[in-house]
Write a protein that binds this ligand. Structure first.
Ligand SMILES: [Zn+2]
Length: 278
């Protein structure tokens, strides 16, 4: 098969040429290594490892990464979902220098609104996969608060009625005087209308509850590759080649934002093969 990148090989440092020549046009995760380092400089994923790595090489702002790179290795996967899950897991484990999202797994926050008062809840206290009426994922309480304040401004919602600011007896909330609240706090709008507007505004950010009774396997395959990704309440457990020996069910319920996003896209938007395990 003709490779449009073959002629480009000779433009790259000698030490990288052999590695580059072996990169497959297949999905998976790739690693940039400095000489004699045990932790990669950078981890990436793609549906086409070869073309993605070559696009790094052509990117001017990545010159520093390339100067430090001595070797590029890769792990092929059966498909795109497996590549995304493996990349997210390895970045958290290894924290490569050049991955911008180098954040260790820590608690996330969300807004809980059951149409009374908005609360900021932590993934340490609640299992987000099983809690209804959660909106958005935030790194800290301040970010959650900033989000709801901006949303309220954008939609003229009442922060007093939502329980974020104190109610002032006999008068509207402070923001209603500035025209930033449509006036539910002064009887200018019904609670029902206000809440339905708030629900609409929040809808995009609603956290989806885990839609299965227990664990599932997402099946991806291509020639020579057969991957079952074991998922439990939005948590990626691991990938196995067959379903005869499953790992024990997870005991902790830490919610991981990266897996949640990857799996939500996969489970709700794509035609994928999901096997219910229990
Ligand atoms: Zn108000």
């Amino acid at each position: 098969m003709a490779r449009d990148t073959d002629s480009e090989l000779y433009r790259y440092p000698q030490r990288l040429r052999e590695t580059l020549d072996h990169l497959p046009q297949a999905p998976g995760v790739y690693f940039f290594w400095a000489a004699e380092s045990k932790v990669p400089l950078y981890i990436g994923k793609s549906v086409n490892i070869r073309s993605r790595v070559f696009s790094h090489l052509r990117t001017v702002n990545e010159a520093r990464l390339l100067r430090q790179t001595d070797k590029i290795t890769f792990t092929e996967t059966a498909g795109d979902i497996g590549a995304q899950l493996l990349e997210a897991t390895l970045i958290k484990q290894l924290i490569p220098l050049h991955n911008k999202q180098l954040r260790k797994q820590r608690a996330l926050f969300s807004l809980h609104w059951d149409e009374t008062k908005i609360d900021i809840v932590s993934s340490r206290e609640k299992n987000f996969a099983l809690t209804p009426e959660l909106y958005g994922l935030y790194r800290n309480k301040r970010a959650a608060m900033e989000f709801i304040r901006n949303l309220a401004d954008e939609h003229q919602l009442c922060l007093a009625t939502l329980g974020i600011e104190a109610q002032r007896r006999g008068q509207g909330c402070f923001r209603s005087m500035l025209g930033k609240c449509r006036g539910v706090c002064q009887g200018k709008e019904s609670i029902v209308t206000h809440h339905s507007r708030a629900k609409d505004a929040l809808a995009t950010w609603q956290i989806k509850m885990w839609p299965y009774p227990g664990r599932v396997a997402i099946h991806e395959q291509r020639e020579g590759f057969n991957d079952y990704h074991i998922i439990d309440h939005w948590r990626y457990i691991n990938t196995v080649n067959n379903l005869t020996t499953l790992p024990p069910a997870a005991t902790e319920n830490s919610f991981d934002g990266d897996s949640y996003r990857i799996l939500c896209r996969a489970l709700f938007n794509e035609k994928i093969d999901v096997i219910t395990l229990e």
